[in-house]
Design a protein. Structure first.
Length: 325
């Protein structure tokens, strides 16, 4: 996943401010905004005042709502919380370390907290808590496992994320906001992906259909493998940019590819004197005299003709021996 913002909190101790994210793991630097005083102690974030005030948050605004937000609860304290999709301290989503019981996914709307999901993990010092938001789907993991997914449309477009603690004991570290990771994106026959965020996906395999359309939607950026059909029409749309490896010519003079002008075909003469390809003018045929004295080719102008005894003979000189035939 690409990192949008990150903070290791590795900086001088402060009792007055968190400062700005240091981009230790990548991303852009953002200034922390706090509803009460948070500071730095031993390279970790810590609340300095308002110890008993649970809903006084610290947050940044990276201007993205679909993302993965994570933090490490180095020391749990009393109900440390990861917050995400925050629009105000009264309206946000959060993952709460619920004492020695479990983790809770909470919707806080108009200052009313509602538990919308739980993770059956007892909160422990050092836990890494992550919430991945993709549209209305929210997946929470603890230490990279114990996935719990809920559906929640509240504050779906809110773009501020951070944390909150309920005392001055809790210590937090390694805050990150990351792009959503796309694992396997499957394209359906209709050309619509079953996953989202196609523009940020990488390593996609997109196949061309016989109709000339891709089985994925990012057609403008596709570098397809195109095949030529017997009718001379490519099975993909990019006919004008097709580079044909070999152009096969049919007996009717039509090629199975469309780039006739740039093709260098091998043409053969038929007994009728007509080539089985279109570039007749470029053909240099080999003519043989038949018993009737008529060549089985059509380039009469290239033959030497003599007549006598009421007969017409067609010949060409054989330079090496001074003979004619």
């Amino acid at each position: 996943m690409a990192v949008i913002a990150s903070d290791s909190f590795n900086r001088s101790n402060s009792t007055t401010t968190l400062g700005s994210t240091d981009s230790a793991y990548g991303g852009t630097s953002y200034t922390w905004t706090t509803a009460t005083t948070y500071g730095i102690l031993s390279n970790q974030a810590q609340k300095q005042t308002g110890a008993a005030t649970l809903n006084t948050t610290a947050w940044i605004n990276p201007a993205v709502s679909d993302c993965a937000v994570s933090i490490t609860f180095v020391t749990q304290g009393n109900q440390s919380r990861l917050i995400f999709r925050r629009s105000a301290d009264s309206d946000l989503l959060q993952v709460n370390a619920n004492g020695t019981t479990n983790y809770q996914i909470i919707r806080r709307q108009s200052s009313v907290n509602t538990v919308i999901g739980t993770i059956a993990v007892v909160p422990t010092n050092g836990d890494i808590v992550k919430a991945s938001c993709n549209g209305s789907s929210i997946t929470v993991t603890i230490n990279g496992a114990n996935n719990t997914t809920v559906t929640e449309t509240f504050n779906q477009t809110a773009t501020t994320h951070g944390f909150v603690t309920n005392d001055t004991v809790a210590r937090l570290d390694d805050f990150k906001v990351e792009d959503i990771a796309i694992g396997t994106v499957t394209f359906t026959g209709s050309g619509t992906a079953s996953g989202t965020s196609i523009t940020s996906a990488s390593n996609l395999t997109i196949r061309k259909q016989a109709s000339g359309t891709t089985s994925g939607s990012s057609q403008s950026s596709v570098t397809p493998i195109l095949r030529i059909t017997a009718s001379g029409v490519a099975s993909g749309r990019a006919n004008t940019t097709v580079s044909l490896g070999g152009v096969a010519l049919h007996a009717d003079g039509n090629s199975s590819g469309t780039s006739i002008a740039t093709a260098s075909p091998i043409l053969r003469m038929q007994i009728s004197g007509i080539s089985n390809g279109k570039s007749t003018l470029a053909v240099i045929p080999i003519f043989r005299r038949t018993a009737t004295g008529i060549s089985n080719g059509v380039s009469w102008t290239s033959l030497n003709v003599i007549s006598g005894n009421n007969s017409i003979y067609y010949y060409r000189k054989r330079k090496s021996m001074g003979l004619i035939y």
